[in-house]
Design a protein around this ligand. Sequence first.
Ligand SMILES: Nc1nc2c(ncn2[C@@H]2O[C@H](COP(=O)(O)OP(=O)(O)OP(=O)(O)O)[C@@H](O)[C@H]2O)c(=O)[nH]1
Ligand SMILES: [Mg+2]
Length: 243
Amino acid sequence: MTLPTALVVVPTYNERDNLPLLATALMQYPNVSLLVVDDESPDGTGAVADALARQYPERIEVLHRKTHRGLGRSYIDGIASVLDRPVDVICQMDADLSHDPRHLPDLIAASVHADVVIGSRYVPGGAVVNWPRRRRLLSRVANGYIRLVTRLSPRDCTSGYRCWRREALASVPLARFTSDGYSFLVEMLYAATAADLRFAEVPITFVERRLGESKLTRAVLFESAITPWRLIASRNTRRPAAR
Ligand SMILES: Nc1nc2c(ncn2[C@@H]2O[C@H](COP(=O)(O)OP(=O)(O)OP(=O)(O)O)[C@@H](O)[C@H]2O)c(=O)[nH]1
Ligand SMILES: [Mg+2]
């Protein structure tokens, strides 16, 4: 059986040291290609990405964004630019090596029976390594809160490690999204539920970044607290039925 072909979209902001490690690991999989979406990182990640694209022509490309930086905006622009590519699945992944590329084949394989596959910390077999207790608790509480308010079914709604069947992703109206940060990831699942897409979760071991800095800000946390309510109040998407 031939492997599904996958295009991985990776947003970057100041990931100069992490990106080459991630890209090299991904390039070990012959069915995988990579789009880096860089927001004019002050540390020169964009130039590092360009060098990788020259090293792996046809397999790595770079989108240099110049307007309002943001994780959500980067995904919107990045995904829009590859939706018509002849690939089976489009994946999302962080650049900081928290998302181990060795899990990618499991995510891609699970997409045979699901529209959206989530690399999940909170299903049996999933784990988080090197997070302080406070951060662990924050993530757990955030997920519980989001699931309670929105009634989303996945156990890990804030994981940014995902694999979408291309047509399924095309059915999600990303351009209408307004949130960024973790909220953007939650909004994606909410819209996927409204579009009746099928979810699967595969366990991952999430490892705290060793290089570079987190971009988790108070503003992102505040947005995360508001978004579930905004989503259920939204007129554009219907509330998922209780299950
Ligand atoms: N293009 C772009 N990428 C971003 C932006 N903010 C964060 N990223 C990238 O999004 C991914 C996740 O960001 P992180 O800083 O690791 O945030 P996080 O994973 O929520 O936080 P930690 O768990 O503390 O690492 C990384 O690849 C970042 O480089 C942004 O404004 N623009
Ligand atoms: Mg991270």
